[in-house]
Design a protein around this ligand. Sequence first.
Ligand SMILES: [Mg+2]
Length: 347
Amino acid sequence: MRITDVRVELFDAVVPRVFRWRAGLPGSGTVNGNAWLIIDTDEGISGRALAARGPLIQDLVDRRLREMLVGHDPLLKEFLWEQAWEIDRIEELPIYALGLADIALWDITAQVAGLPLYKVIGGYRESIPAYASTVTFETTEEFLHVADQCLDYGFKAIKLHAWGDYRKDAKLCQDLRAHVGDEIDLMYDGSAGFDLMESLYVAKALEEANYLWLEEPMREFSIEAYRRLAEAVLIPILSGETSDGAHFNIADFIVRDAADLVRTSTHYKGGITGGLRVAHLAEAFHMRAEVHGGGLPNLHLACAIPNTTYYESLVDAVEIVVEKGIGRDGCISPPDVPGIGWDAAPN
Ligand SMILES: [Mg+2]
């Protein structure tokens, strides 16, 4: 089997509800210039990966990825993953571009196997609970209203992206705990809005409110800052979401005590191959690798590995619109078709 072509199909995706993650970060905008990366083979099977920032992907395919891939056996994913790192050395690839080809290659592999992807790469569970991952709403009342709807729908866990004001966010987290009671898993994501002193303040508030984890309170450049935070508080610190270098980097977060649980994902850790590496690395330390972000590749990854808890599902409106595929039990399953199942996905 050989790769015959690599193509990009650009399309505009309308963002249904404009949102932001916290004050200070740019908002979502109204339209995303997305792209399908498509890898064709001489056996008539094509694999696809969905990319944001389509024009940038088109440029990378035209200058680098087509040459890297055409003529090779698409099932030699480890070899091609290594080649992507060689391109990264020259290009300093955007973190979401590193594993894009790998996702399409795994789509091909699972189609060849005739199995849903998650059963090819591990196969741990057929469905997984989703948590409601909020965007940043205007007021505490709006957050509580959203939480009520999420719990009514069937979600068993909620994660907040709030304003990025450490005092206000800490108070919101405590108000939410008082509102929903002790049985619901609550998490808080700082979206890298804080320095170390503010992170310590938020961490102690979350600790008192019995949160499951504190996620990415600071940029992930300084492992030492995360080490000092994790040393000072009991609340589990979840880190390594946007740090570069996949498992090579996560290994340092782990051995330097800068994480109690780590992030893995298909789009920030080098596709399926990189996402699995991070998960298996963490498991060796009896640590969870929580899958960051939604979408089908991440859903397959979450259902393939034992050491993860939830699928992250965006809740982006005050009157909630639940992601298709999430049942009233709060769980979601990958499509039961060969490959990633892009066309079988609800949308
Ligand atoms: Mg996050």
